[in-house]
Ligand binder design. Structure first.
Ligand code: ATP
Length: 574
């Protein structure tokens, strides 16, 4: 090996120890030396590259430029095969003569990646800070040592400090009664907690932030600066819910059918008397007060009076004084003028009394009418006049008032909850709807009526109820009256597979009540049979009562003489 070869090998061995890519060219730009790192950068072996033109092997390389200018160029960015390099170019000189050039490539791909990530993180941090700053709630972020790393303006305002005074301090030094430092230790979130801060009972949330199951930070947030704010919000929500429930119920009612006197089922002396009073009430326009336990059929009676009266072609408007939220009751009843209050609809709103003009207004659950409204109602009853809220104009309204309650009004008067003058004004005519337990003879008729109704509604055909079922229904006391019974029948109806309702389909509280004396052990009584049996008994009782006077009996039974004759014939009572 000659001296020249020795020095070339030495040079190559030396350049291989350097972690950067090194490549040299002669004055013609042909590659004469490259180290291992450069071959690896080019992904070519030494033999494939040596003697080749530099531009061919490393395009966009600036060696030729520095060889022409004689000036080195460093820190140029060079991208190759998805990697990024700092490229330094130097001219090689022998005295003043340029005899070649050198390129040194340093791989900075990883550094670049870190730099890009850093830029992204900085951008995210700025976004996060902007979000925190614009948040309405007070927010604090602490690191795993409990030191505050972020603190927004809302929190700072609440505490009366500057955000920069809080940053870097331990959270316990800045926020009274905080537990953020505990949450970081326990890793357990604390949601909706009360925290005394100054004069306020704040409602707060404390969350640990975890990465790979390790707590790295904690976020504290003030939900409500004071418990009262939360209570007010809940109150507002509750009143909105009440309003919604009220309108839903109203919608259901307006879509419901119109009841007439024919829809009042039953033939007991009580019901006959009631129907008689309904007919009388329908002839006048006097105020009517309907009394009776819940579910006895008071609303049905109010409908019947209206539909039998000469107002039947005008509206029947129902208002449930107990269900309607107190804050909208007055405007619902009397209406309001445009701009009467914030949120009032344009053009104002017509009230229920006006809606019922020439028709009937039914004030259900009158016992629950707020005391403040009772005076206004009294004035309407006396003068039949009203003014919309926020308006001076007096309007004359011809609406007949029917009120109903299941409450003991005299007792409420004594307690100072109901106006005595209103009570007397209401009970021009009083109708009492008896509870079901006092007219059990109506039960088979009602059972039959409801089953037929469900047959029509559900398109099925149930014909009978087991005799034990009927007996159970007859012996129960029905605290919820007809509504409760209707619900029981509907439930049983839906549970029944065949055409006969049996004891198993009754609710447990009824089914477990063992009938004292079964009508006929184990025998099913068809609905028609049950009805016939009862009809026959009723006719016999009435005939006895009127000593056989068939005209009187027909009148009492509420049927024509002709139909009484038909029935007498049918039951062999002629
Ligand atoms: N004699 C009846 N004949 C047929 N259905 C009846 C009879 N009485 C009540 N109902 C039915 O029972 C249910 C309850 O009646 P209604 O709503 O009129 O009672 P209410 O006394 O006004 O109740 P509340 O006091 O709870 O307002 C309704 O479905 C009604 O159709």
């Amino acid at each position: 090996m000659n001296n020249k070869d020795i020095s070339r090998n030495f040079l190559r061995a030396l350049s291989d120890t350097i972690p950067h890519g090194i490549l040299a060219v002669n004055k013609d730009g042909k590659i004469i030396v490259l180290n291992k790192v450069f071959s690896e950068i080019l992904n070519l072996c030494e033999e494939e590259v040596l003697g080749k033109d530099i531009q061919e092997v490393v395009p966009r390389c600036q060696i030729r430029t520095v060889m022409t200018s004689g000036q080195a160029r460093t820190r140029n960015l060079y991208k190759l095969n998805g990697r990024i390099f700092f490229a330094d170019y130097f001219p090689l000189k022998n005295g003043e003569e340029i005899i070649g050039g050198v390129a040194v490539f340093e791989d900075i791909t990883k550094v670049k990646k870190v730099e890009t990530e850093l830029q992204e993180v900085t951008a995210y941090k700025k976004i996060l800070e902007a979000v925190l700053e614009n948040a309405y709630e007070g927010i604090v972020i602490v690191d795993r040592d409990g030191k505050i790393i972020m603190f927004n303006g809302a929190y700072a305002d609440f505490l009366g400090i500057k955000p920069e005074d809080a940053i870097g301090r331990h959270v316990t030094e800045i926020i009274e009664n905080t537990r953020m430092h505990e949450v970081i230790k326990t890793g357990i979130a604390e949601i909706g907690q009360l925290q005394r801060i100054g004069k306020h009972n704040a409602v707060v949330q404390r969350l640990p932030i975890k990465i790979n199951d390790q707590v790295v930070a904690g976020v504290g947030k003030i939900w409500f600066k004071d418990l009262r704010d939360m209570e007010n919000l809940f109150k507002h929500l509750k009143s909105l819910q009440d309003e919604l429930a009220y309108y839903k119920e109203e919608l259901r009612r307006t879509q419901g059918g119109r009841y007439t006197i024919e829809n009042i089922v039953g033939n007991s002396p009580h019901i006959r008397k009631l129907k008689d009073l309904i007919a009388r009430a329908a002839r006048s326009s006097s105020t009517v007060l309907i009394l009776g336990e819940s579910g006895t059929g008071k609303e049905l009676v109010a409908h019947a009076i209206h539909n039998l009266s000469n107002r039947s072609h005008h509206p029947f408007v129902r208002i449930n004084c107990a269900a309607i939220p107190e804050n909208i009751l007055e405007s619902e009843l009397f209406g309001y003028a445009e701009g009467a209050f914030t949120g009032a609809q344009r053009g104002g709103k017509i009230g229920k009394f006006e809606l019922a003009h020439r028709g009937t207004i039914f004030l259900d659950e009158i016992g629950d009418m707020p005391f403040s409204m009772q005076a206004k109602l009294l004035r309407f009853l006396q003068e039949k006049e009203l003014e919309r809220l926020g308006e001076n104009k007096t309007r004359h309204i011809d609406a007949r008032v029917i009120a109903a309650t299941n409450q003991d009004l005299p007792k409420k008067i004594k307690k100072g909850e109901f106006r005595e003058d209103l009570y007397y004004r209401l009970q021009v005519m009083t109708l009492e709807v008896p509870p079901l337990r006092e007219r059990k003879e109506d039960i088979p008729f009602l059972v039959n009526y409801f089953i037929e109704k469900f047959n029509r509604e559900f398109g099925r055909l149930i014909r009978k109820v087991d005799s034990k079922v009927m007996e159970t229904l007859l012996s129960y006391e029905w605290p919820g009256n007809v509504r409760q019974m209707e619900n029981v029948i509907e439930r049983a109806y839906n549970l029944t597979e065949g055409d006969c309702i049996t004891l198993e389909s009754l609710p447990l509280y009824l089914a477990e009540m063992s009938p004292r004396t079964p009508i006929k052990e184990g025998v099913s009584l068809s609905l028609l049979q049950a009805k016939d049996e009862l009809e026959k008994n009723t006719i016999e009782t009435i005939l006895k009562e009127v000593q056989g006077n068939r005209s009187k009996a027909a009148k009492l039974l509420g049927i024509t003489r002709a139909s009484l004759y038909q029935k007498l014939k049918k039951y062999g009572l002629m």
